[in-house]
Write a protein that binds this ligand. Sequence first.
Ligand SMILES: NC(=O)c1ccc[n+]([C@@H]2O[C@H](COP(=O)([O-])OP(=O)(O)OC[C@H]3O[C@@H](n4cnc5c(N)ncnc54)[C@H](O)[C@@H]3O)[C@@H](O)[C@H]2O)c1
Length: 361
Amino acid sequence: MSTVNVGIVGVGNCASSLVQGVEFYGAEGADPAGLPNPVCAGYSVADVRFTSAFDVDSCKTGRDLSEAIWAGPNNARRFADVPWLGVPVTEGFLGDGVGRTTADRIDARGSASAAEIAARLTDSGTQVLVNFLPVGSPRATERYAEAALLAGCAFVNCMPAEIARSPHWAERFRRAGLPLVGDDLRSQFGSTLVHHALLDALARNGVRLRSTYQLNNGGNMDFLAMQDPERLRSKQQTKAQGMAGGSGAEGSGAGALPAAAVHVGAEYIPFLEDRKVAFIRLEAAAFGGTPLEIELRMTVDDSPSAAGNVLDAVRYAKFALEQGISGVFDPVSALLMKAAPRPMTGDAALAELHALTGGPV
Ligand SMILES: NC(=O)c1ccc[n+]([C@@H]2O[C@H](COP(=O)([O-])OP(=O)(O)OC[C@H]3O[C@@H](n4cnc5c(N)ncnc54)[C@H](O)[C@@H]3O)[C@@H](O)[C@H]2O)c1
């Protein structure tokens, strides 16, 4: 079985957890507890290799990926030691990558062209490019997507920029014969999943949702970036899409509600570091119109909860490359992303995937 050669755009907290996760679970005899799928589309975690990485923070560029994941404002928990990887972090294209709320934390520079980024992808043998850019950076994201097209890489868009949902980009990847997965990663067990499960339970049992909110608090750079209302908006849209439905139950999801009855917020609280504390509230009408209220608080490490699903996404993307599946890989996007262009239930997505891969692994 060949390897899954992964390039990373944005060596922040999610990249740190992903790189640590490959060390943690790729080790001989590793305990798979906490891992969604030890084998996915025929690939084990040990088959995943990092071959290239791009950033714009001068304290990360030029360093080995194994060092850069601990640099700058990164504050993801250390759960694995990462040996020297021999993967230098290359200066990329800044564009709109760094916003006004994070600018004083990052010494940012980078004007690489799509051709220069593509050359690095090709030279390093990268097959799947993962986009971990901050919220609110669609222009920079497009530059890396362009580079992926030039270099013949699959593209996994883990943030809210419209790439998989854009007919323009979907068609370009389709015509190039390359897979595209997006948009905006769904965490392995995060507030979107829990919120959706509650919405689903209400709908399946005939309880009518009246209003709901999801307030997330965290102290990492993702939360700091979301303090810019412009940048937060794109996350609110994909979050709302993630809560909108898809369970298959009649009237399920917050999508059936007027916009004023659904609220998604994000607060930056530095001392929380990479922990996310989510408050979820649902108000609903039960039998006879009697009121039903649910309040829930969950605390989870933010970036590790992203890494498990990315590990699956890159392995499915490699599988798609090998099988000649091109354009948006719909079942993977529906399963692992908050805002897939063709949403479907988890069961339907898995059934499509198992039909393609020949089984549950
Ligand atoms: N659970 C999660 O953490 C989770 C879940 C779903 C989606 N996401 C999304 O994933 C993305 C990454 O999250 P994170 O926590 O790693 O963010 P982060 O801020 O820790 O990392 C972003 C990295 O990108 C770099 N960067 C900024 N502009 C760049 C550019 N133009 N080119 C190259 N690098 C650039 C920054 O220097 C930083 O290293 C965010 O958009 C976030 O919303 C995260």
